[in-house]
Write a new protein. Sequence first.
Length: 290
Amino acid sequence: MSIIQGEKLQKVLARAGVGSRREMEKYIDANRVSVNGKVAKLGDRVEETDLIRVDGHSVKIEEKADRICRVIMYNKPEGELSTRKDPEGRRTVFDRLPRIDGDRWIAVGRLDVNTSGLMLFTNDGELANRLMHPSYEVEREYSARVFGEVTNETVKNLLRGVELEDGPAKFTTVTPMGGEGVNRWFNVTLNEGRNREVRRLWQSQDAEVSRLIRIRYGKLELDKRVPQGGWMEYDLETVNYLRKTVKLGRETQTKLSVMPEKRKDKRAKINQIRKAVKKHNQRVKPTKRK
């Protein structure tokens, strides 16, 4: 199965695993992509015979059937950046992920440095792009510790919607989860993932988020057995749930065993993850806070 004639450049690059479609659009805008020796422009379409380069490196354009779609869950600790590399040498979420030969992991959205919890990574750029795109309204849930007075009117405002600097925003649900005084916990949900959106929504009501954890993406919940800094690959059923959610075709292959896991095997896997996290923490010096 070859590239569809005249397929959009950013879509081809995303499928090749260079990055999400949104990232590829930024690359093209920044003149980092060329086609047959000419600087590419947004809107360009390519054929399977075209020579495509990103930052001077040629990109192997694979047929759609050549890549097995994979997705992993990562339990992000506070203090890690959601970028691939940091010029200051600080820790990033990509430091602990497993290597995949001839491919790369693409983050499904970001969490800011002071936010922890569930992050998804995939090697399928089109899947990543759709999961992030607001038009698919994939629900995210966060657990937030909020400092400040939160009244019934505060909650109504957050559900009704407020105007942020980048447009209107709102929570779809706000659920009190306990706490004392001016430090209280709330679970909140929303259907998009703009930069620091949860924190900015609370700030609009004169309240500050002192701790923030993403606990769910779609129906996928943060597996509390996986320690912070640990990752776990999803099975074929879960991968296809995500693909169906954003109207992509089913995946038929997986790198994991298709045999049902026994309880002792699950325990062994979690223990293996914990050992790997401990070993990595001993090898890497903690990031100094500025």
